[in-house]
Structure formats: C-alpha cells, structure tokens
Design a protein around this ligand. Structure first.
Ligand SMILES: [Zn+2]
Length: 534
C-alpha cells in the first residue's frame, strides 16, 4: 500500500472522534485535511522528515470546538473598554470608570458588563447622577451585561441631545423619573446614544477582529458563528481573509436590522474558495425581542414580577417576514434572536409561513430560545429549526429567571434535555462578550447547570442537563450542522478538515466538575497550529 505522507502527526493520546463511538490514539493531517485516524503505529507510518510530529503524552483530541453564537468584534473591543463584569456595587463601578477617565485620552469612555441583579441591596437601575460623580464633561456609556441596556452620564445625554421631550423609539425605552431621562436606555432606545459614538476606522475594526480571534483560539475554538455584522465589520473580515490573516473560521451572519439589508446581501453568500480561506458570509440575524434580565423579552403573558409588562417585540412582524423572505431568496440562512415565549412563537410561525415545505432544508435557527411555551418546544424538532443556545446564559440567569416568568413558564426555559429528547438540534455558543468565550465553561454549564462554585446543589432544574457527549456534540457537530458544514467538520474522520482541540483531560471520561480545571493545550485549524499553550 502506498502511503501519503502527512504534514501533521499527533500520537500517544486519546482521540475522541465523535464519529460514532470510534476512539483512537493518533491522527494525521495533510494539506488541511485529516488523512488517518488510528493506532500510533498506523499513523506514525505517515510521518516523514518534514512532518510536524507531536507526542500527545496522554492528552485528549476532540473535534475542533465551535461557538455557534458570539460577537467577534465585541469580544475584541473588550480589551479597549472598562470591564465591569462581576462588579458588586455602583461604588465599585465608579472606581473602575474613574481610573479609565484618568488613564484614557479619547473623548468617550465606554464600558460593559454591569448587572444590577448582582449588586448588594436594592437591585434597581442606577442613574446618570451616579456617573456624573465620576465625570461631568467626558461622556460615559456603560453597556449592561446582556447588551440590552446602557447607562450613561449627563454629558452623554447632552451629546445625544436627549431630553424630557425625546419620545421613546419603537421597540425601545428611555427610563424616566418624573418625565426626565434617568440615564438608562433599553433596547432600540440605546441607538439614541450609540449613534453618537465615534466610528472606528477599518484598521481599528481589523484590530478588534484579530484581538477577538486571539481570545477564541486561546479558548480552544476553531470556528465561530459571528452574529449581526454591519457593512464595515464585514469589510474588515473580508480584508483580513483576502490577505490570509484570519486563522479562525468565521461564519458571519449579517445584521438583519440594517436599513440596506439587500445591499449587505450583495451578490449572494461568500463561501470559502480554498483550504486557506476562513470566512463564510451566508447568514442573517434578526432581533425579535430583548432580554430577560432587562425585562425586554417578549412574553405571551406579563412578567411574574412586573404584571403590567410583557416585554418588547423589536420588529414589526410584517417587516420581519418580508426580510426573512428576502434572505430566503438570496440564499442566506435565517436566524432570529428570540428569548421570550411570545418571540419564539412568532419566529416559528413566520418560519413556517415563509419556508413551508423547504423549512428543514433551509435550517433556520432561533438564537437563545430561552423561554419557550411547552406547546412550542416540540416544533423545533418537528419543523427542523435549530435551537442555538448558550449554556452559560442559563447558569447566569438561574438566580432570578424563575422570578421573572413564574413556576409554570420556567418549565420551558433553557429546556435543553427536552429539546434534545424531542430530536431537536442544539448548537451551543457563548454569546461572548456577554458571557466568557470559554467553551470549557459552556461545556461545564451544559453538563452541570451549576455555577463554577458547584452551587446550587442539587443543580438548577437538573433534569435539563446535557450528558457529557451531548454537550460536546453541541459544541462540535451541531455547530458544523448549523453552518451547513457537517459534511466536512464536527467529527474527526478521514477527508474532513483537520480542526482539532487538544485538552489536558478527556471531557467524556471525567467528573464534569473536574472540567473547570481543564486546559486547552493546542488549537489546530486546517492542520495548522493556531494556538499552543507552550
Ligand atoms: Zn448575541
């Protein structure tokens, strides 16, 4: 038998192929594709002087991890913004922002990650006055952890020209006290301020994308589904990919709310033309509602803890439907952010109407699918709609989610096992930078429904946990399927892309709690080492 030499040979470990039950100890790649999965002897036989040969020394290879919902530019931008994740009080936030005011030179101060639910004492929204205490003249904009609310100071209100007379825009809310804006803007109202932010240049956007890419590769990801991109961001990605500067595979979804959506679709999807190309532009993402944390998720009945409020539908349904039709005609995969049960139902209804008998083949997705009516849960499987879910959202929301929706509706919330058992596909992601980009934390949350502290015990609605195999598939094969790549990615087998993540332990053979200490050792994309811990 004549043997084809390999560029890359990994041996002496555990190779979890996820191709059925098949496990091997070695794997080899050539020109970006897997050429052999087998025993050490079989695979080492393909090595030549020029091959890169790596002794795994017992470490574990899994199919390259895929994050099916994240924001690459937001992740990259984080390094330039004030990090407020985990802050426990207004005072702590004031201190961090004050430091940034002192150390930065730009006009605006931006931060993200606050969550009033985490604060000691009253969990009410803060106000502009709290930030005026930090700076009266530099505009300050702080995004809430879920990205669905901003908190600004008086200088930002002034720069945006927002006064008591400014009306609430459709699908948005300016929080007011005795008629005056308090400094909190929800959902579509955020644009009133954000439109005034200085626009980054294309070079700055490229830098953000590469900073985001670095964080992804370090976290063990080989591919991401990047949600809701505008014209400038798409251009930055195209430039990077054309110049061969992207290492991470990026499956881009354009911003469905863009005024010039038809122009964003351009001449149709962009599909990688060769082994070195990393960028696919083939999806569109719409917003149906807001988030549960800021009570912007659209519910069929009012919030249990806010009886006059049922949340916000962000898009006029007729307009939404015509945009979904346009996407279908242009050959773009449709995805829709839907968190509340009402938003989920409307989305599924529109998908049925627009796609009819072609629905399953079109693989439309619901992003988040967080609170779904028990009647609607089986529709995901029945229709072939992909549930794109974020395990760490459940563990972040579990302390207060039931207060928002009550004991009945919570049964259809973050219902992973129910969906999987019905035959639905769950593609897991992080929604970074809303949550940490780490797929290890995602796998942990999916398997345990506990915080890293192992609380609560027993786990929160533990029947809805995924098994370790289901969790790993949701971060590999399901992500490949959700981006039409199951014929070449998501499992380790001959002919498939050589995308692999090497971990210091086997996620399928350990107590899920031991996953928290797992280290990503190597991230391999298309047979090239894109990240190495050492
Ligand atoms: Zn998102």
């Amino acid at each position: 038998m004549s043997e084809i030499p390999a560029d890359l040979v990994l041996f002496g470990g555990v190779v979890r192929t996820l191709d059925g039950e098949k496990t091997a100890s070695a794997i080899a790649a050539r020109k970006g594709r897997i050429v052999r999965v087998g025993s050490d002897a079989e695979v080492k036989a393909l090595a030549t002087d020029r091959s890169q040969v790596i002794d795994l020394a017992g470490r574990t290879v899994v199919p390259g991890l895929i994050d099916s919902h994240m924001h690459l530019f937001g992740l990259g931008r984080m390094s330039q913004e004030v990090d407020l994740v985990g802050t426990k009080s207004v005072k702590e936030i004031q201190e961090r922002v004050a430091k940034a005011v002192k150390e930065s030179s730009g006009s605006w101060i931006q931060g993200r990650g606050w969550d009033q639910n985490d604060w000691e004492g009253a969990k009410a929204f803060p106000s502009a006055r709290d930030l005026d205490a930090v700076s009266l003249d530099r505009p300050i904009v702080l995004r809430r952890i879920d990205g669905h609310a901003i908190w600004v100071n008086g200088a930002a209100l002034k720069a945006a020209g927002v006064t008591a007379k400014t009306p609430d825009p459709a699908g948005g809310k300016i929080v007011r006290e005795r008629g005056e804006p308090t400094g909190i803007f929800i959902d579509n109202a955020m644009n009133l301020v954000e439109a005034k932010l200085p626009q980054p240049t294309i070079e700055e956007l490229e830098k953000q994308a590469l900073a985001g890419e670095r964080a992804c590769l370090e976290a063990g990801l080989v591919a991401v589904h990047d949600m809701g991109l505008g014209r400038a961001e798409l251009e930055a990605l195209r430039r990077l990919d054309d110049a061969g500067r992207l290492h991470l595979r990026v499956y881009a979804m354009v911003d469905g709310g863009a005024e010039d959506l038809a122009a964003l679709f351009g001449d149709g999807p962009r599909i990688p033309k060769d082994e070195t190309s990393r960028l696919t532009i083939r999806g569109v993402k719409f917003f149906m509602d807001g988030a549960l944390g800021s009570r912007g998720a659209a519910l069929l009945a009012p919030y249990a803890d806010d009886p006059k409020n049922s949340g916000l539908v962000l898009m006029e349904l007729g307009e939404y439907e015509s945009r979904v039709r346009l996407a279908k005609e242009r050959g773009f995969q449709v995805s829709t952010h839907a968190i509340g049960d009402r938003a989920n139902r409307s989305t599924l209804d529109v998908y049925e109407r627009v796609f009819g008998s072609e629905l399953r083949a079109a693989r439309p997705r619901v992003e988040h699918a967080q609170v779904v009516s028990l009647e609607d849960l089986p529709r995901f499987s029945k229709l072939g709609v992909i549930a794109s879910m974020q395990p760490t959202h459940a563990t972040s929301d579990m302390p207060w989610a039931e207060k928002r929706v009550g004991p009945e509706r919570i049964k259809g919330a973050y219902a992973w096992k129910t969906l999987l058992s019905s035959g639905a596909t769950i593609a897991s992601g992080s929604d970074a930078p809303v949550e940490s980009i780490s797929p290890i934390l995602g796998l942990y949350a999916a398997m345990t429904r506990q915080e890293p502290t192992e609380k609560p015990a027993p786990p929160w609605r533990g029947d809805e946990r995924m098994t370790p195999l289901e969790a790993l598939q949701s971060f590999t094969g399901a992500g490949a399927f959700a981006s039409f790549r199951e014929g070449e990615a998501g499992v380790l087998k001959e002919g498939f892309v050589a995308d692999m993540t090497v971990l210091d332990r086997d996620p399928l053979a350990i107590d899920p709690h031991a996953l928290l200490d797992a280290k990503v050792e190597l991230t391999i994309v298309g047979g090239s080492i894109a990240f190495s811990k050492n």
